[in-house]
Write a protein that binds this ligand. Sequence first.
Ligand code: GLY
Length: 360
Amino acid sequence: MKTLTVALPGREYDILIERGLLDQAGERIRAVLPRASKLAVVTDTNVHPLYYDQLKASLTAAGFECWGAVIPAGEESKNAAQLAQLWEGFMEFGLTRTDGVVALGGGVVGDLAGFAAATILRGVALVQIPTTLLAQVDSSVGGKVAVDLKAGKNLAGAFYQPKLVLMDPDVLDTLPLPVFMAGMAEVVKYGCIWDADFFDFLAARPSRGELMVDIEHILYTCCDIKRQVVMDDELDTGLRMILNFGHTLGHAYELAGHYVEWSHGEAVAAGMCAAAKLGVALGITPEELPAKLEDALASLGLPTSISCDAATYAAAVGRDKKGTGADVTVILLDKIGHAVPHKMPKAQLVRLLNSFNKVP
Ligand code: GLY
């Protein structure tokens, strides 16, 4: 078992990583919620048939009464109406403040169930059991929970840390290949921003089979980096913004593809490549870096550039949460393994992006 502790004042919690951990979920949750009698398990229509019964058997054996809420799979479910349905369901189930919510699924389930847990009865215990690579290395750790609004993604939310994060790498076996590789974009991101040796380790393992041999080490390394960043800057006012590497431009590509053509991970892959080229144009990133990054991402089958017009760049940069007035902070690399936040005028960013990523 690999264990990491996210040590935040008064809200310390463990991330446990082990193959087969889903079958131990009951005893592991009992250890952190000794007084709970009920657990509301939130999952989606993809994950429910695969893992709900297995999880419920373990929870029931540990003495928990379970209720399962199943949301339609997909980003469209991360909305205020689904949130309200969960609140009502929790109350019908008879959830009390000593009970808990378990999020069993990918980022959508984790964010939605997490926000529901943060707000029902002014907050009940939350356990994250992420089932996608993206959720395991990013959204299940660090306490960001949210729903989308018409005006944009993740606009209503909170910082609400879980009591426990359980990661069973075996659940990744049922992920479609493109979904697994989309998660790899965020994995490669950690190498880019923090750990050059980890970047090289990943670049030497371009297939899913090779990556799965070392998956516990990969999950541990990513979560350890995220843990250190979150412990330094839980509320995202400083260091945490380096986790945004590739995301400002990634959001432009998601927007350009109307959120259906490109997954978040694919858009982030192309966004990281654009940020590398941007860094070169600004004299911050070494000239040879973009090709190295593109090779690593392309060998995983991820896109290294996505067409985007000037209006879409402008719209995405304009609504970036890291923007203030006329300026925006983009995350650049001064070498593989080290990120530098760079504040620049939004208009200059859009102009530069257009100069090297024109619509064909
Ligand atoms: N996903 C970026 C963060 O947690 O800050």
